[in-house]
Design a protein around this ligand. Structure first.
Ligand SMILES: [Zn+2]
Length: 157
């Protein structure tokens, strides 16, 4: 779910009136997450994108609103198709072998080659955290001066 709202967010961000304003990015991310959430709860893609568009519209550059609506319709329709497919597709078998060299045979996790017991084998790194999420995790503290703020990405404070 997280990756879908991030994809939507990434496509819509350049259409914002001010793509670098943290407030707009935060609101946009919230709208994207809300739309994906609604879809997962059974809303029609048309309806989910219409509702999200209503919220996002004031943030958009005036000449990009139609484009944004199209992005939302397309992305949410694609997500709906993916959800439908995930519901009906059988789970793959775990690709790992046990100590005796026989196939593990358990159901693999969705979208992964291994089961829950063997998922450590995949060695997949955690997905990168988009800027907007870092902003959400780091609410501004009015009590601090600008130079007191630590940037978690900088590594040193
Ligand atoms: Zn396994």
């Amino acid at each position: 779910m997280y990756e879908h709202s991030r994809t939507l967010f990434t496509e819509l961000k350049p259409l914002l009136r001010d793509p670098d304003a943290p407030v707009g990015k935060r609101q946009l991310l919230r709208c994207c997450e809300g739309a994906v959430q609604q879809l997962r709860q059974g809303a029609e893609p048309e309806r989910a994108s219409r509702l999200a568009f209503r919220e996002v519209r004031p943030l958009l550059a005036l000449n990009r609103t139609l484009e944004a609506l199209e992005v939302m319709h397309r992305q949410l329709a694609e997500l709906q198709a993916a959800l439908d497919q995930a519901r009906t597709a059988p789970l793959a078998r775990c690709a790992a072998t046990n100590r005796k060299g026989a196939p593990c045979g358990r159901d693999a996790l969705r979208g992964r080659p291994y089961c829950a017991s063997h998922r450590g084998l995949a060695g997949t790194p955690a997905p990168p955290v988009p800027d907007a999420v870092i902003l959400l995790r780091r609410p501004p503290d009015p009590g601090l001066r600008a130079e007191d703020h630590e940037d978690p990405r900088a590594g040193a404070g």
